[in-house]
Design a protein around this ligand. Structure first.
Ligand code: OKP
Ligand code: ZN
Length: 343
């Protein structure tokens, strides 16, 4: 399996994440990628290359133009306004306020384009986010050109980012861009399977009214887990998209046998629909030791999950999402890929 990775991810490393009322070192940190790279090498998966330059057209086609300009210019505006620290959203439009009037003040703009203030932006965030989506795009082109599968070692992750909001460590929705590129390269039906512990709210929102991209997400129930305000089972799509959004919220302590039933159900639905290409939002934070999650998967379970996904025999692009038990992130991620290849 070809692996695409860009070292520019390191340009995004905020000092601080707001967690439990304190600033802590972000859980989503550069070393996560190093653990995955080391494990890939240990397992002799060495077909690793850098991405081609980012192609902004598919990104612009999917996302809000004002949001993209914001991401590109926010740091300079923040500094020009005399802000001393990293960009952190301190205000967001709440119930009863205007949801569609964009302030001129950068502090107001940040809140408008952000949905979760744990996520800081820095000088290098935009470049890192572009390098992440570039890896996803290069992986997509390899698969569209005939490879069975490819793994984009994306960082920062993407599945919480919507058309016009960042948060949950995500800025550009890599998996969504890949799905749209599969549509443009001829696939009529594209599925996105999100096995990250957290609900892929951004991906759901981007395709909620569409019948050409099916979205399935296995995640911690919103009553108990970020992103809290989306991810219920009764969110099934709207208009033409009705029936094409599948949510599998699960409670604290969920073990693999329960999680696997959800996985099998999602796989059965994607297969029965006749998807022609698959994008996997590959987070490994369902792992039992993950510091910010509450499922109970063991490392071997990720191999089994990969095998089940591989049995679909679909052209597949994996996009890295979350996973914060850093020492196990490499093992669990590569287990999914090896299970997939072994199917
Ligand atoms: C991103 B991905 C820690 C709370 C963290 C945000 C989680 C973002 C997860 N105090 N809340 O889906 O792995
Ligand atoms: Zn996650």
């Amino acid at each position: 399996m070809k692996i695409i990775y860009c070292e520019d991810h390191r340009l995004h490393f905020p000092q601080a994440e707001l967690s439990g009322g304190q600033f802590v070192t972000p859980f989503e940190r550069p070393s996560r990628v190093e653990y995955v790279l080391n494990r890939l090498k240990e397992r002799k998966l060495t077909q690793i290359s850098a991405p081609d330059p980012v192609d902004m057209k598919p990104v612009q086609a999917l996302l809000d133009p004002g949001y993209l300009i914001f991401l590109e210019t926010a740091w300079d505006e923040w500094k020009a306004a005399g802000m001393e620290g990293e960009i952190i959203a301190a205000n967001v439009p709440a119930r009863g306020m205007h949801m569609d009037r964009i302030p001129d003040n950068i502090d107001g703009k940040v809140g408008y384009y952000c949905h979760a203030s744990e996520t800081a932006m820095t000088q290098g965030t935009w470049a890192a986010a572009l390098s992440s989506v570039a890896s996803a795009q290069t992986a997509q082109r390899l698969v569209a050109d005939g490879a069975d599968s490819a793994f984009a070692l994306c960082r920062p992750p993407g599945h919480h980012a919507t058309a016009d909001q960042y948060g949950g460590y995500c800025f550009i929705n890599n998996a969504a861009v890949v799905a749209d590129m599969f549509r443009a390269s001829g696939a009529e039906k594209v599925a996105i399977l999100d096995i990250d512990f957290h609900h892929g709210n951004g991906t759901q929102a981007l395709f909620y009214d569409r019948s050409d991209v099916m979205f399935a997400s296995l995640h911690g129930a919103p009553q108990d887990a970020y992103p809290y305000y989306l991810g219920y089972a009764d969110e099934t799509g709207v208009g033409a998209g009705e029936g094409f959004n599948l949510n599998y919220p699960m409670p604290p302590g969920t073990p693999y046998d329960v999680w696997r039933e959800a996985l099998d159900d999602s796989i059965a639905k994607i297969s029965a629909w006749g998807a022609e290409a698959l994008v996997v939002s590959l987070g490994v934070d369902a792992y039992k030791e993950d510091p910010i999650s509450f499922f109970k998967l063991e490392s071997d379970d990720f191999t089994d999950a990969g095998r089940r996904i591989g049995r679909m025999k679909l052209p597949t692009v994996f996009c890295m999402e979350g996973g914060y038990a850093v020492e196990a992130v490499g093992i669990n991620t590569v287990n999914v890929l090896e299970g997939f290849k072994d199917a």
